[in-house]
Design a protein around this ligand. Sequence first.
Ligand code: GRF
Length: 200
Amino acid sequence: MKNIAVFASGNGSNFQAIIDVVQTGELHANIALLVCDKPGAYAIERANRARISSFVFNPKDYQQKEEFEAEILLRLKQAEVDLIVLAGYMRLIGPTLLREFKGRIINIHPSLLPAFPGKDAIGQALEAKAKWTGVTIHYVDEGMDTGPIIVQERIRISEKETRESLQRKIQQIEHKLYPSILEMLLTRGEVTSDKATRTY
Ligand code: GRF
């Protein structure tokens, strides 16, 4: 069974969706570690409840990214982590982690990349009056939401769409899509090589 580490900064509803499918046996993985850069984030509570170890840190306690990433790297190695799963982790991954894990870090983003990268992708799509948006799962590289795309799922934005209704639709998709893609990557052993794109 492969070991995964989930990185989250906030609520952690995607983290919870992953915990749930591990517990039902639908996802054949061991969640070895939660990495969280926001002391007090609700994701930490979810880890505690599921008895998952967490490494929580405050970036302000470090001079630079390199230092906290070195500490994260140590924990990842101790836990023998195979794959890093970003789930609402609000920071760019730096060279320290990329050097060791490139091709083994994935992220979920609430838009059809390359459209609307970065913060508040849902707000950006509404602001732009886009007719479609969606969810992208992709490998992580040095850039902001720029790595090779693994899968995308589209959602039509209706005329009456509100931020709340769109967010609800996006999260519904995310909570199904992320676990199913993880299962595919982990059980087929194609974590480092699968670059397939599937668009609905
Ligand atoms: C998700 O919408 C994800 O796409 C984005 O951040 C959000 C995290 O939500 N990267 P949650 O913390 O999993 O509820």
